[in-house]
Design a protein around this ligand. Structure first.
Ligand code: AP5
Ligand code: MG
Length: 193
């Protein structure tokens, strides 16, 4: 099973991917987590992307594709994956298509978590207090939401136009959202025969 988990900052991508990974035995590939690990390690990539992330802007498509190719080359990705945080613009959506065709692992479905903006802001403010993620301050959250609207939301139409997008209600308790996702994944598998 190869899934893109899609949605705005704070919609629950990381939370839900963590749960689905266990349940479905898939690799959880979060580009945000990979980048934060690089920043923490102080690697050359980390040094390049730190300021961009703290401003809530997108890291360059070239760097992201390189990072993603490296991750897909790891053994666990061959058994299926949940991609969280990629693609984030149309260029990345096309790059992903090409990459997955080359490794003969086409996407099964893109799942969109829909959450109203005031709830996103509330969740991220909660996490800012609990975890201190540097890009969860109010100014950067605003920038991230704007980047999502302008650059990332069009990617949903890209998958919708190909009949690969399933939109879900991302509000409610974590377990409720998880059940909705599992139901959507179940019906995808069923319709694929
Ligand atoms: P990334 O790490 O992908 O961040 P994001 O998309 O902004 O999303 P978040 O991780 O903040 O939210 P989430 O949807 O995972 O929600 P979560 O489960 O954590 O990217 C960070 C940065 O990296 C980008 O800004 C960019 O600079 C760079 N980057 C990454 N990928 C890139 C790419 N492809 N191209 C270019 N640049 C890239 O939940 C949020 C909070 O809500 C948590 O506290 C959680 O506990 C809580 N919560 C979750 N679900 C519920 C629920 N049902 N009820 C109540 N609370 C909930
Ligand atoms: Mg996340």
């Amino acid at each position: 099973m190869r899934i893109v988990l899609f949605g705005p900052p704070g919609s629950g991508k990381g939370t839900q991917a963590g749960l689905l990974k266990e349940h479905l035995g898939l690799a959880h590939i979060s580009t945000g987590d990979l980048l934060r690990a690089a920043v923490k390690a102080g690697s050359p990539l980390g040094l390049k992307v730190k300021a961009v992330m703290e401003a809530g802007q997108l890291v360059s498509d070239d760097l992201m594709l390189e990072l993603l190719e490296e991750r897909f080359a790891q053994a666990d990705a061959a058994g299926g994956f949940i991609l969280d945080g990629y693609p984030r613009n149309l260029a990345q959506a096309n790059a992903l298509d090409t990459l997955l065709a080359r490794i003969e692992q086409p996407l099964d479905v893109a799942l969109l978590l829909e959450v109203p903006q005031d709830l996103l802001v509330e969740r991220l403010a909660g996490r800012a207090g609990a975890e201190g993620r540097k890009d969860d301050n109010p100014d950067t959250v605003r920038a991230r939401l704007q980047v999502y609207e302008e650059q990332t939301a069009p990617v949903a139409d890209f998958y919708r136009s190909r009949g690969q997008m399933v939109a879900l209600d991302g509000t409610g308790r974590v377990e409720q959202v998880r059940e909705r996702l599992l139901a959507a994944i179940g019906s995808t598998t069923a319709s694929a025969g």
